[in-house]
Design a protein. Structure first.
Length: 270
């Protein structure tokens, strides 16, 4: 005997195939029947898509030999990555879909793009060693993002465990941008780039703590002099973006191991 499936059960089965965070709004049609409109939040995901595009644009330009353009695109992706999360929080449109989409975009922009950029500029001259080093960085970025997603809500927000992937990308892309801007061939410093890229990949999966600066209060009132400091900082960065950005991210990348050694020294002294 044929049995008609239970409508509520079939509806539940259909819903189970949808993303767990898909935005659902309930309403009524012209005849008064309840209907549900499904979708995702547009605004924050637009910035995430722009982040993804910047990473893809960096890859295309790296393959075409436009290394300084590719490096700049990685930094643009970094800015967009910082915006989408803040937009989501300000508009109360956070979602699991947005978090997963952001991670996938970051993998392209801060994992694949910097590794390919470094490979095309310098690591390719090392042969198999070069692509192995590039893969170490890509794998480190993937593991870093996966671990970050599983640790959300269970770790101290003031610190990142391991070097954040955008910061690692800033070190790699900043190195290529700074030296290629001087007309230096990557093959002439392939060994240095290999060490730097491998170190960035390893730092991403390390247990070294990095300050996340998430405890900074950006909504409260600040003295007028603070605005002047921000303006001065922008002026310094734009006076020589490749070199200044490289120095900033190198200092941040080194700060984690330095603080770790200092804490270890104090612990032994106690």
């Amino acid at each position: 005997m044929n049995e008609r499936p239970d409508e509520s059960q079939s509806g539940a089965d259909a819903d189970s195939l949808l993303p767990v965070d898909e935005h659902i709004e309930e309403g009524h049609d012209a005849e008064g029947r309840k209907v549900r409109h499904r979708g995702i939040y547009l605004l924050p995901n637009l910035f995430t898509t722009a982040n993804l595009f910047a990473g893809f644009y960096a890859i295309v330009n790296a393959m075409n030999g436009n290394f300084y353009v590719a490096a700049a695109a990685v930094f643009v992706a970094m800015v967009l990555d910082g915006i989408d999360g803040r937009v989501a929080r300000l508009t109360n449109t956070q979602s699991a879909f947005g978090a997963e989409y952001d991670s996938l975009s970051d993998m392209v922009a801060f994992g694949v793009a910097p590794a390919l950029l470094a490979f095309e500029w310098a690591l390719g001259s090392l042969g198999k060693v070069g692509w192995m080093v590039a893969f170490i960085y890509v794998a480190g970025a993937a593991l870093r993002l996966a671990r970050f997603n599983t640790q959300i809500g269970s770790t101290d927000k003031r610190y990142f465990i391991g070097l954040a992937s955008p910061a690692a990308a800033g070190v790699v892309a900043g190195t290529v941008w700074a030296f290629s801007d001087f007309g230096i061939k990557g093959s002439n410093m392939a060994f240095v780039v290999a060490v730097l890229v491998a170190a960035a990949g390893m730092l991403m999966v390390s247990n070294i703590k990095y300050n996340s600066f998430k405890d900074l209060d950006l909504k409260g009132r600040v003295p007028f002099v603070a605005i002047l400091v921000v303006v001065l900082l922008f002026a310094v960065v734009f006076s020589d973006p490749p070199r200044i950005l490289l120095i900033i991210f190198l200092v941040y990348a080194v700060s984690g191991p330095v603080q770790y050694l200092l804490r270890l020294r104090r612990h032994k002294a106690a």
